[in-house]
Design a protein around this ligand. Structure first.
Ligand SMILES: [Zn+2]
Length: 138
């Protein structure tokens, strides 16, 4: 089971909520694994409009190098869903890095869900790993 320290939960909610209130935009970045603890490294969202995200290849490489330099592991990608639950849409599944964590944060439900897309016989197969609640009682 992966865990996330309260400071990462708080900043995730604060940043994702601010983007949501500001025209239904999404936050995105890199999931860094420090043992079984998830840390978040934010990236610029290069998507043009609301309800979407895009991380440039350059920015992704920079974020990966930063986590390796700190002796941590590149776990995958995260983004927020301003108005829908933490389930990946078709474009999320299509764009997911195979065998890496895809973390989606549901701003309204204050819940993060961890997914993994594997390629089986040429098909993308979605697997749910676990949820992480980020409510204030945490
Ligand atoms: Zn999404």
């Amino acid at each position: 089971m992966f865990g996330m320290e309260p400071k990462y939960k708080r900043s995730l909610h604060r940043r994702a909520y601010t983007k949501q209130q500001n025209g239904h935009h999404e936050v995105c970045g890199v999931v860094v694994l420090n043992g079984d603890k998830i840390e978040l490294e934010y990236c610029r969202n290069a998507a043009e409009g609301p309800l979407g995200f895009s991380i440039t290849g350059e920015e992704l490489e920079r974020a990966k190098r930063r986590c390796w330099r700190q002796g941590k592991k590149f776990g995958g990608i995260f983004h927020s869903h301003p108005v829908s639950d933490a389930k990946p849409g078709q474009s999320d599944i299509k764009g997911a890095l195979p065998n890496k964590i895809m973390m989606i944060y549901d701003v309204c439900g204050r819940e993060a869900a961890l997914w993994k897309v594997r390629i089986k016989n040429g098909e993308r197969v979605l697997e749910h790993i676990q949820n992480i609640n980020t409510g204030f009682h945490q």
